[in-house]
Design a protein around this ligand. Structure first.
Ligand SMILES: Cc1cc2nc3c(=O)[nH]c(=O)nc-3n(C[C@H](O)[C@H](O)[C@H](O)COP(=O)(O)O)c2cc1C
Length: 383
């Protein structure tokens, strides 16, 4: 059943003479996407889309300026946002011949749970801005593909609605913020556990405040985050007493913080600059992983490390995995793909999986857990 708004937009598109849509591609790699048959504000055929960048352009064509800016924005000059996208071109992949790659394995474990892929859907607020199915379609697409989904605590749907949307037996983790309101934290942690989520990604990179996101502020002034401003190591210790679920600090940007988390006994850390949306000018995950390896290599042996930021191609994911990440998060791509709901997210996951598997074969890597630093050359990057 089409909503009246969609029907109206279809009728108006039929009445208008077909005019090729001009969409500013924002300097994304030109892979020949042809938008000449697209109509502004109308979903293009899903078959037109072949990579995560295509999904971004399609979302730009369909979403309101405010909603697109909200998903797309970085902080300040977006140096970190752009660096996230660009850093992968500075890493060379080493491909090895003479290897049997007939039995390709992409499956892995994350905190001991089995998944078909080492990439997951990262927490991102307000999925309902793209599609009324909101986080439900992300949960379903992830569940059917066997990959991890970690909904944001600032989701459109409730904790319970997202849990109920998952497929039978699906394992999901949940993101949480450090709210100033302690009883809110206690209530949410209890509900997350009761709803069946298996772990908490605790975001620690924007305590008190979000980045100044100029691109989205042009539409909506930032409001108070409600995050605690005085969150320190004591509060972190106290937070751990509030739940029996494993906690993974998200937003680690330095080897020093990685070591702190290791010494405090966390099972994993999540290296991230929040998609360039918080502090502009911080390093990319490639650089942070290299820095941890240089200064505290024990981190990779003694805990799991996840990473994200600007991952748009299967090869980007392989680079982070080779640098020591056990799993890699995708933030914006699933949000953009969700303009089609589950079908869009499913196609994005499938295309991304194919890119990763194909590139593994071409590199001579049969099992994703064999990836290590011998598969990448980072000489072009100085820390
Ligand atoms: C629209 C949007 C909303 C986000 N909301 C959250 C959030 O609620 N909690 C959080 O920890 N991270 C949030 N993030 C950051 C993502 O989890 C992730 O770190 C980042 O998007 C990865 O970069 P990428 O978008 O280039 O893949 C958000 C990112 C976007 C794009």
């Amino acid at each position: 059943m089409l909503s009246p708004l969609v029907v109206l937009s279809l009728i108006s598109s039929l009445l208008q003479p077909a005019v090729a849509v001009y969409i500013d591609m924002e300097g994304l790699p030109d892979t020949g996407l042809n938008t000449s048959s697209w109509v502004t504000g109308v979903l293009p055929p899903l078959d037109d889309l072949w990579d995560t960048n295509d999904f971004q352009i399609a979302a730009k064509n369909v979403l309101s300026g405010a909603y697109y800016a909200d998903y797309r924005t970085g902080a300040l000059n977006e140096y970190t946002y752009q660096a996230n996208l660009g850093i992968y071109s500075q890493v060379k992949l080493n491909g090895f011949a003479f290897r049997d790659v007939s039995n390709l394995q992409t499956n892995t474990t994350i905190l001991g749970y089995n998944f078909t892929q080492p990439f997951f859907i990262a927490p991102a607020a307000d999925a309902g801005h793209a599609n009324k199915s909101a986080e439900a379609s992300l949960a379903q697409a992830a569940g059917k593909a066997g990959i991890l989904y970690v909904p944001s605590i600032s989701s459109t749907l409730s904790i319970e609605q997202i849990a109920a949307a998952g497929v039978d037996g699906q394992v999901m983790f949940h993101q949480e913020y450090v709210w100033a309101n302690q009883s809110r934290i206690i209530d949410e942690l209890d509900r997350i556990k009761a709803a069946g989520f298996k772990a908490i990604f605790l975001t620690v990179d924007n305590t008190g405040i979000n980045g100044v996101r100029t691109r989205s502020m042009r539409f909506n002034a930032e409001s108070d985050t409600g995050h605690s401003v005085n969150f320190n190591l004591n509060s972190l210790a106290a937070f751990r007493n509030l739940t029996t679920l494993p906690i993974v600090p998200k937003g680690i940007k330095s080897w020093q913080d990685a070591v702190t988390c290791l010494n405090l006994g966390f099972p994993a850390i999540y290296v991230s600059n929040h998609g360039g949306r918080v502090l502009d000018g911080v390093p990319t995950s490639v650089e942070i992983l290299m820095d941890i390896r240089q200064n505290a290599p024990q981190v990779f042996d003694e805990m799991e490390v996840y990473a994200d930021g600007g991952v748009r191609r299967g090869t980007d994911a392989l680079i982070l995995l080779a640098l020591g990440a056990r799993a890699v998060g995708l933030g914006r791509p699933p949000m953009f793909a969700n303009i089609w709901g589950e079908a869009g997210v499913a196609r994005m996951i499938s295309l991304f999986g194919t890119e990763m598997a194909t590139s593994m074969r071409l590199m001579g890597v049969e099992n994703v857990n064999q990836l290590n630093t011998s598969y990448v050359n980072t000489n072009g990057i100085t820390l």
